[in-house]
Design a protein around this ligand. Structure first.
Ligand SMILES: *Cc1c(COP(=O)(O)O)cnc(C)c1O
Length: 410
């Protein structure tokens, strides 16, 4: 069988006694402590390191927001609370999660289409900033603000006329359910201000999962220009500009890490020559997977080893019900292998070409195709890396009734 490469294993994962270790503990030790597989392990060391790298590369002026939907595990949110400046949420459920972590609503902004009235009310009452997605939502926010006797704090999410090139998921440019078309933003902002909303500025998100520094730099340049133009048309300074994010991580063979220093240097140049409209603005980027993606490892156990027509299958107790993205069914066109390893044979020589599959009764449930890995037997543990973002909560855990994976932060 022709082998297919697996994606690059993120840095910072080492072996202890020949086994993959996370946070100084072996995979089997972590599984024993959790009492079961499958298990998501999130590494504090990786979270801390990533924030440290970002703080070192980006100008001090640029705040760091965490997009909670990437990984809303309570321990992850609590760990991120003192490390980042703001939290971007996308539902009242996520609002409750950040509130449970004791995060001040001053630090929270709420984006996302289709905010229900009860969600708007919860956010307005708490004092979170609404990133307003439409004129209709603006009207409802103003009405709810009057009802609860509290002016809504509102920024406008702009649907820009450009996009983040090469991004995995395009979320700007052309017709979109997200944000207000740029040319309609000034009128809406003036109306919100006239009707008593607390004006919080602009949110311009252009896309996700970009590995090209040039593409991110170009998008940020466009974002700053657009924010300046809109601010002048509105006739008010922008208290806060959320510049979006889109910083990607390598998932697949051939992917190269983002050149963070290049992004940081370009931002430093921008910050040194901001237009008048933005000189007093709070500036921030909002990152999800870049902060948490590489900090997570999904561990599952080999339940069966079988051969069909000469092809070896490692059948695990994991699968797409926890790791939809690794199975290739979450926003990918061509299925490619995530970084996958045999955790319990982490330093052994790769000698066996296998298909790693999950336990779901569907051909979609694949974790690695034709991967060259160390020989694994029943009982060995398989590690799927880059599992810290869009894993546990972006997968259909109820599908086929196996239930959710365990999760732990170490
Ligand atoms: C999902 C989302 C993010 C996070 O995207 P990542 O690719 O995980 O960095 C940031 N901002 C908004 C508005 C989003 O919807």
């Amino acid at each position: 069988m022709k082998t297919k490469p697996v994606g690059p294993i993120p840095s910072g994962y080492e072996a202890i006694n020949g086994e993959l270790a996370i946070g100084g503990r072996t995979a089997s030790d972590l599984v024993a402590a959790a009492g079961r597989t499958p298990l998501f392990v999130y590494s504090k060391m990786h979270l801390d390191q990533r924030v440290e790298d970002l703080r070192a590369a980006l100008p001090e002026r640029i705040g760091l927001n965490y997009a909670v939907k990437a990984n809303p595990h309570p321990d992850v949110i609590a760990h991120m609370a003192p490390l980042v400046d703001g939290f971007d949420i996308a539902s009242s459920g996520e609002l409750a999660m950040v509130q449970r972590a004791g995060i001040d609503a001053e630090r929270v902004s709420f984006a996302g289409p289709g905010k229900r009235d009860d969600e708007l009310e919860a956010a307005i009452s708490a004092g979170a900033t609404l990133n307003c997605e439409s004129e209709g939502e603006a009207d409802r926010s103003l009405a709810i603000g009057r009802k609860v006797g509290k002016p809504p704090r509102v920024a406008i999410r702009v649907n820009p006329d450009f996009e983040l090139k090469g991004s995995g998921m395009k979320m700007g440019g052309g017709a979109k359910p997200f944000g207000v078309d740029a040319e309609r933003v000034p009128a809406l902002a003036r109306k919100l201000i006239a009707e008593g909303a607390e004006w919080r500025g602009l949110h311009i998100f252009t896309g996700s999962q970009a590995l090209s520094a040039d593409a991110i730099i170009e998008a940020q340049t466009n974002v700053l220009e657009l924010a300046d133009k809109l601010s002048n048309e509105i006739g008010e300074a922008v208290p806060k500009l959320n510049m979006g994010g889109g910083f990607g991580i390598p998932y697949f063979p051939g992917d190269e890490p983002l050149d963070l220093a290049a992004v940081g240097n370009a931002l430093k140049a921008h910050v040194a020559s901001l237009p008048a409209s933005l000189t007093h603005s709070d500036l921030c980027v909002e990152l999800g997977r870049y902060l948490v993606g590489e900090a997570g490892v999904y561990l599952c156990r080999v339940i069966d080893r079988k051969v069909s027509h000469g092809v070896t299958y490692l059948v695990t107790d994991g699968g797409l019900h926890h790791q939809l993205a690794a199975s290739g069914n979450f926003g990918t066109v061509v299925r490619r292998n995530y970084p996958v390893a045999i955790a319990t044979q982490f330093e052994s020589e790769a000698e066996d070409v296998v298909n790693v599959v999950g336990c779901l009764c569907t051909p979609l449930d694949r974790l690695a195709d034709a991967a060259m890995l160390p020989r694994a037997e029943v009982g060995d543990l398989v590690a799927v890396f880059c599992a810290g973002a869009y894993g546990a909560t972006a997968s259909p855990a109820d599908f086929l009734g196996h239930g959710p994976a365990a999760q732990t932060l170490v």
